[in-house]
Design a protein around this ligand. Sequence first.
Ligand code: DI6
Ligand code: FE
Length: 403
Amino acid sequence: MTNAQFVLTDLNAATLCSDAAPYGMIKNAAIVVENGHIVWTGPQNEMADSFGHWEQRSLGGRLVTPGLIDCHTHIVHGGNRAVEFEMRLNGASYEEVARAGGGIISTVTATRAASQETLLQDALPRVDTLIAEGLTTIEIKSGYGLDLETELNMLRAARQIAQKRPFRVITSFLGAHATPPEFSGREDAYIDEVCIPALRAAHAEGLVDAVDGFCEGIAFQPDQIARVFDVAQELRLPVKLHAEQLSNLGGAKLAARYGALSADHIEYLDEDGVRALAVAGTTAVILPGAFYTLRETQAPPIDALRAHGVPMALATDINPGSSPLNSLLLAMNMGCTLFRITPEEALRGVTVNAARALGLKDCGTIATGQRADLAVWDIRHPAELSYRIGFNPLHSRIFGGTS
Ligand code: DI6
Ligand code: FE
């Protein structure tokens, strides 16, 4: 439904705007929308009379939150790794799986073999599942091409999603995700000859909103990531980093040095790293789907992040290997149960702090001047979003003022 001016009435709004009331909750609220943006919100009985002449849409006492934001996904990729999953559960070792063509390189092979159209068509059902959960913004990474043409194709497919669906897409260039077989043992050459030229080409085509990397023993060392980040800086692109997922290489400190938007995974982050994130104003993105799939036992340092006031975001990390988790609501539940974050932290993690992790200032809360990206829920209390497992109480979604 499109109408340039309307008022949502009879609702409770979890605005996430302030810490004063839990969830920034406004009971018996109204939200006034004009030209795709929120122009007023507050208690309905305080609404100016002039808005009373606009179209009124009663939400029957439902709960409204900002549209949800998945700030870390690899949702565009070729093929899947279900057979590998099955092989491992039938007792195959990691080496056997790798010899049979499994692992991240099997996704690289499948992604290279796919056309841009196939990448798009394969991603759309996954995207639709997220939209049905009230998401209005998604971040999508490259990183399964690892050659110039395929990295660009992934980003083009990601951008196309925003043309096919009412969904905002933010892209991250993740050329420094893994070393492709043709550069095996020559990581530096891969960074210089493929990753950096691909970043420049993708940027020139307007395909890059941020630059990401995977700083890990099995991926790239801090000095290699730094070379990519130097180019990001030159291109005036913000950076973010997969840091401290499996070990501590000082990735968070590196990210902080570059004023990163976010440091993601961070199971092995130590207190020094937390401090560095706090000083830099970098958001910590926690990804319980990968923790769960890899049967990791070390949880991110939630207490230290809280103590140092580091904002926490929460995302799916949707990818065909370590996190085939296609539900942000389930990620919220997992964040609470596996990492002991609170339901309020989970909701802030997929709204206001997810926006922060993407450098977005016009979404993630319900406030005057924000985009009218809203999710309307058939629930009474916002904790219900994190509490149930495998249940989707979405009533309706408003994207840029359109439902
Ligand atoms: N972190 C991960 O867990 C993966 N990539 C990353 O940056 C795994 C990707 C895959 O297995 O396909
Ligand atoms: Fe990831």
